[in-house]
Design a protein around this ligand. Structure first.
Ligand SMILES: [Mg+2]
Length: 172
């Protein structure tokens, strides 16, 4: 049971992508960042990247990170959202499947040891990342609005994250 949880829990939890621990990531050897879109870097029903996000991606690039968007959403959504971000992008990712994640790493020229996945969901993003052996960074979902199928999963995710935070409060 514990091992299953280790494959679902994040390695690092941050309230939002604007609080990514960039120095820590760099020290861990991370050179590439794979971002989920929906509810990680934008509300699922917002079509374009806002200025704050464009600025973040610019800073990340300047710091030398390779960036790729990896979304289970369709080509149209991913393409339009990426217009201002100008990152690499992979749509219909099929997370928690790892095939497209490997494709994203190939595009970035990074591997499992040098890439972190950043997402808001345990059962897609975190599981996908762990299966491929990546560092997994979880953010709080941006907003409460969600697709119905996602909303169903959220209840269980919330319970698991309660357990995660409880465990992380315990002294080792
Ligand atoms: Mg998401």
């Amino acid at each position: 049971m514990i091992r299953i949880l280790e494959n679902l829990f994040p390695d690092i939890y941050v309230p939002s992508v604007y609080e990514l621990p960039l120095e820590e990531l760099r020290k861990k050897g991370i050179r590439g960042l794979v971002f989920d879109i929906d509810n990680t870097i934008a509300p699922y029903d917002v079509a374009d990247a806002d200025e704050q996000l464009v600025e973040l991606f610019k800073i990340l690039k300047e710091k030398g990170f390779r960036l790729c968007i990896l979304s289970n959403n369709n080509k149209k959504r991913v393409r339009r959202f990426n217009q201002k971000l100008r990152a690499l992008a992979v749509h219909k990712a099929g997370k928690p499947g790892t095939k497209k994640l490997r494709k994203a790493m190939k595009k970035m020229g990074t591997d499992a040891a040098t890439t972190a996945i950043v997402g808001d969901q345990i059962f897609t993003d975190m599981w996908c990342g762990h299966r491929a052996g990546l560092l997994c960074v979880m953010t709080a979902p941006i907003c409460e609005r969600d697709q119905f199928a996602t909303w169903i999963k959220r209840g269980l995710e919330r319970q698991l994250m309660k357990l995660y935070f409880y465990r992380h409060k315990q002294p080792n």
